[in-house]
Design a protein around this ligand. Structure first.
Ligand code: HEC
Ligand code: HEC
Length: 370
């Protein structure tokens, strides 16, 4: 989440052209990680300004307008149109770790809790505890060092309180991506209220004080928040590899003979339907011959909502819940499952599923709910 946010920040907030070419020389002077907010630019040894991740900012800045006018080539190609200020503004919605980009708006924590309860609790729980297999948003402070294999079950709980370095980018994330079924539907003030409630649930203190129900959350407040794991990330050695494997040059394993057993995306503790669910197709393929494809996909991708009836999903096995679906034309039902329908996400959120397989899953669900 953070890497991609930073890359987006790069794109959205500047119309300068940056280049990564200088990076290979390893002449990048690290940003000071103890300085908060950490600077978004640094100087390399030649005194050139670089971005935090080492990308060089070119001295001769070329604006979008100039590219349009093709001043570089001297010819007038006349393709595209220059982005207007309004276009850039609509596009430039990112919020940086230091709070740059936070919009106007404010709400108390108490009101924010009400919004959370109405719009988020079906999946994340009233207190951020996570319903079923949806992400947990609160608690877990101190669990980062746990590992299930060494007895520290269930392993790290990655929440705002335990894991995230900065709160401000959550503004952007929540407004852009949540609630899952209606992204971009929250007002700026509602997002501030929700952030306040999430901070309160995570027992974050601000300037040594607890966050109270009547605390007003706005840009200034968010900028004054420091999360417990703020220093837990390294920003100054992004050029340093995580592993020191050397590339195999002779007698190497033939990649076509390798099997990828499992790829784990544990940036959040999301389990199926959304995290591991994306690999359900492979699992499903294995069981295809046994005629169990519907069951496997259901369990991996659909059960998260349909087992318990989250957000109004017809409950698996509940005859009455499925009665109205049965009255529809089967083609429409397939269409709803494949392309989405109200709070039902297209293909249950796993776009790697084939249409045919989604249909098999719908048939399985209908079969088991009559
Ligand atoms: C229908 C279920 C659903 C609803 C409703 C919902 N979310 Fe989410 N939320 C998810 C899922 C699934 C993810 C994981 C997405 C991913 O990792 O790509 C998620 C991720 C998040 C995360 C990031 C968690 C992390 O560990 O990275 C935050 C923060 C969040 N949601 C906040 C909210 C807020 C605030 C609302 C209400 C305005 C909301 N969500 C409503 C399903 C939901
Ligand atoms: C994020 C939660 C969620 C997930 C995951 C999910 N569903 Fe749904 N589903 C819903 C909701 C909510 C509805 C009710 C929509 C409505 O009637 O407004 C629904 C409705 C349906 C319906 C009835 C559609 C109709 O015509 O009334 C079918 C069929 C269905 N889902 C199939 C699936 C399948 C297949 C999967 C997995 C591949 C899946 N769902 C995963 C939330 C979910």
């Amino acid at each position: 989440m953070y890497m991609s946010m930073r890359n987006l920040t790069l794109l959205a907030s500047s119309i300068v052209i940056v280049t990564n070419l200088g990076a290979a020389k390893l002449n990048y002077t690290p940003a000071n990680p103890d300085k908060y907010p950490y600077p978004s630019t640094a100087k390399d040894k030649q005194g050139n300004t670089t971005n935090v991740d080492g990308a060089k900012i070119r001295k001769n800045v070329i604006t979008v307008k100039e590219v349009y006018k093709s001043q570089i080539s001297g010819k007038n190609h006349n393709f595209g149109v220059p982005a207007t200020k309004a276009t850039l503004k609509a596009w430039n919605t990112d919020v940086r770790p230091d709070g740059k980009g936070l919009p106007n708006g404010k709400m108390t924590v108490e009101e924010g809790a009400k919004v959370f309860s109405a719009k988020c609790a079906t999946c994340h729980g009233d207190f951020g505890e996570g319903v079923d297999r949806f992400p947990v948003l609160a608690g877990g402070i101190g669990t980062l060092k746990l590992h299930p294999k060494t007895g520290g079950d269930p392993g790290p709980l990655k929440t705002i309180g335990s894991y995230a370095p900065y709160i401000a980018p959550f503004f952007w994330y929540i407004q852009t991506a949540m609630p899952l079924s209606a992204p971009k539907s929250l007002s700026n003030s509602q997002v501030y209220g929700i952030l306040g409630y999430l901070l309160q649930l995570n027992e974050i203190q601000v300037n040594g004080k607890d966050i109270e129900d009547d605390t007003v959350i706005d840009r200034k407040f968010i900028k004054s928040v420091h999360l417990p794991n703020e220093k837990g990330f390294e920003y100054n050695n992004l050029r340093k590899p995580d592993t020191h494997n050397t590339r195999c040059m002779k007698n190497c394993i033939d990649p076509s003979k390798m099997t990828i057993m499992h790829i784990k995306t544990d940036a959040t503790q999301v389990k199926p339907p959304f995290g591991d669910g994306r690999y359900s197709f492979n699992d499903a393929k294995k069981k295809e011959s046994a005629g169990e494809i519907g069951k496997t996909i259901y369990e991996n991708t659909c059960a998260g909502c349909h087992d318990s009836g989250i957000a109004g999903a017809p409950k698996f096995g509940d005859k009455a819940d499925w009665a109205h679906v049965r009255e529809e034309n089967l083609k429409d039902v397939f269409n709803h499952a494949i392309n989405g329908f109200n709070a039902m996400p297209p293909k249950g959120g796993d776009m790697s599923l084939k249409d045919e397989d989604v249909k098999s899953t719908v048939k399985y669900m209908l079969e088991k709910s009559k």
